[in-house]
Design a protein around this ligand. Sequence first.
Ligand SMILES: NC(=O)c1ccc[n+]([C@@H]2O[C@H](COP(=O)([O-])OP(=O)(O)OC[C@H]3O[C@@H](n4cnc5c(N)ncnc54)[C@H](O)[C@@H]3O)[C@@H](O)[C@H]2O)c1
Length: 250
Amino acid sequence: MSARRVIVVGGAGAIGRVVCEVLAGDGFAVTVADVRGQEDVAAALTGGGHDALRLDITDLDAVLAALGPDGSHRDYDALVVAAGLNYTGPVATTDWAAYDRVLEVNLRGPFHVGHALSRNLAADPRECSAVFFSSTAGLTGEGGASVYAASKFGVIGFTQCLASEIARHGGRANAVCPGNIDSPMLRTLADQVAEREGRRGEEVLREFAGATAFDRLIDIREVADAVAFLAGARSTGISGQSLVIDGPPR
Ligand SMILES: NC(=O)c1ccc[n+]([C@@H]2O[C@H](COP(=O)([O-])OP(=O)(O)OC[C@H]3O[C@@H](n4cnc5c(N)ncnc54)[C@H](O)[C@@H]3O)[C@@H](O)[C@H]2O)c1
């Protein structure tokens, strides 16, 4: 039996690359798709059958040319969309260029992938699992997070609708909602919040870590393991769901 093939978009990012490593370790043939760094990540994976793909998910034609029914990489069994951008700041001082960019990458990008997936599965029905990255910011809003939260709330709504539409062709779609992850994105956010509030980044990071009863940040590997479960054939009874990867409330 040939290996299950997965495309990981945003596969060269901090979380995406660990997702690629875990999936490769689980025996998947991994296509690392990103706008930068994808070759290096693919070359470092264990096992065989991996490749790299330069893919900008904001480019619908490029997404269809790779993942659509006649696409260069159409024979996938799973898709992970981990591409994403963060932006923080109050609604009153919204940077509209940043707003457009975040919504384009975080929401329109996954929409492009879902569009290609829907058309691919209609042409070639099969068991196939898509995992889209939302966030705990996609479940609960908080001051300063409006643009990012809007995009991540959108991902959850989109994923639920997509899941209903592709079920008859064998497809599944789920969202993951990581909380405060020990990652460069979170450290940058902590520094930005600290600057706005006249505090130290380390202090804000410590608050992030203490936000749940775990009293620690979540490790990227813990996110990747959850994603691998949803992408794999051991979760075939799960679709249209949002899996929170975070500690319980204090
Ligand atoms: N890091 C966290 O604390 C955290 C928490 C919750 C959710 N998330 C979400 O998890 C996902 C991964 O986050 P991360 O920490 O790895 O971020 P990251 O910035 O390290 O990685 C994001 C990746 O997306 C790629 N990317 C950006 N624009 C792209 C485009 N147009 N087409 C294709 N790829 C593109 C980047 O090149 C990068 O490799 C994101 O969706 C993020 O919003 C992160």
